[in-house]
Design a protein around this ligand. Structure first.
Ligand code: NDP
Length: 336
């Protein structure tokens, strides 16, 4: 059973007198900085001189160059994109960190796969929200909080655990619950969801669309039926709230009968699916994926360009755009 931390496990007073530097003011940076400040912590923002900096100043923060913010801080949140983090860390963070500072990562990726190696004199903790940045702020304001994967990776001062929990509480995360986890496990679960679950799920969706359109059903109607109406998203939300088994009860008897009697026919796909998922998981765990991505980052724009061109040529992308425009969903409403 995973260990789960709640508000009562955390003591905010261990941070009294501490200065927290939030490096990066993007998706996570802005929300986390606002939550920490509203919980009574002293927060400075470290950012390059640009639009994000102006937003942080409008929000009332002292904004300093990254190196200077780090030099002032007892706790440093690194909330910049994972791809640029090793270089920014080496050049602008590491040389300015105070002895015994606590370094907070919102993703275990760089440390877990050896792309960033912090000094032994630092506390290194993971506070990885299972929530997009906007949600980190909204759930704090609503009082619900958001769950996180958390863990102490390195305890140089003897206080890393209590500092981590106090920070989780100040962020609003122990309110929802923080699950203890290593950086390697957090990064692996995250990558597996992106590589082993997302694409497999997307493939199932495409197969269903192609089957129905080939059988003569209008593409707009097919996409509306499968996901554009929002009914499917609503069912997923119900699965979250009441569990897979009980959410069936929200559907008609005909639906329930069809699902259980036909569902078993797809069991035959299981071995192939699990074999592919197992290979993807192994590439992640062994660090092969991280090594490959590091090597290919210089060509990322070129790779994404090719993928986008191939993706845009898939008929479903046209159908989706037409259907979204027809029903006024999202940005496509402007295409009508
Ligand atoms: P963002 O892409 O939103 O970060 C943007 C910020 O990083 C901006 O302040 C930007 O500054 C700064 N930045 C970008 N490039 C550089 C650079 N080369 N040098 C200095 N500053 C730079 O990141 P996220 O908030 O999405 O992610 C931050 C961390 O949180 C990552 O570790 C991520 O894995 C993790 N995480 C993210 C989640 C999410 O929902 N996005 C969920 C859970 C964890 P500028 O404005 O100057 O470009």
């Amino acid at each position: 059973m995973a260990r789960i931390y709640r508000d009562e496990d955390a003591d905010l007073s261990v941070l009294s007198g501490s200065t927290v530097a939030v490096i990066g003011y993007g998706n996570q940076g802005r929300s986390q900085a606002l939550n920490l400040r509203d919980s009574g912590l002293q927060v400075v923002v470290g950012n390059r001189r640009d639009g994000a900096l102006e937003e942080a100043e409008r929000d009332g923060f002292d904004v300093l160059p990254i190196a200077e913010a780090v030099g002032h801080a007892d706790v440093v949140f690194l909330l910049i994109p994972d791809e640029v983090m090793p270089q920014v860390y080496g050049e602008q963070v590491a040389p300015h960190l105070r002895e015994g500072a606590c370094l907070v990562f919102a993703s275990g990726y760089n440390v877990a796969f050896g792309l960033l190696r912090p000094a032994a004199s630092l506390d290194i903790v993971l506070i990885a929200p299972r929530m997009i940045g906007v949600g980190v702020r909204e759930t704090y304001e609503s009082g619900r909080g958001f769950p996180s994967f958390v863990g102490v990776h390195q305890d140089a001062t003897g206080d890393a655990g209590s500092r981590m929990l106090a920070l989780c509480r100040a962020l609003g995360s122990t309110r929802a619950g923080c699950i203890e986890m290593s950086m390697h496990d957090e990064a692996t679960l995250d990558l597996f969801t992106e590589q082993g679950f997302g694409p497999a799920f997307g493939r199932v969706m495409m197969s269903a669309v192609e089957t129905l359109v080939a059988a003569g059903y209008p593409p707009e109607a097919v996409l509306l039926e499968l996901y554009l109406s929002g009914e499917f998203a609503y069912s997923l939300e119900k699965i979250r709230e009441v569990g897979m088994a009980r959410q069936h009860e929200y559907h008609s008897q005909t639906s329930q009968y069809g699902t259980v009697t036909r569902g078993a026919r797809f069991l035959g796909l299981d071995p192939a699916l699990k074999e592919t998922m197992g290979k993807i998981l192994e590439e992640i765990r062994s660090g092969t994926f991280a090594e490959e991505w590091s090597k290919n980052q210089a060509q990322a724009a070129e790779i994404f360009e090719k993928v986008r061109a191939a993706r845009d040529a898939v008929p479903m992308m046209q159908w989706e755009q037409q259907a979204r425009a027809a029903f006024g969903i999202g940005d496509a409403a402007e295409d009508r």
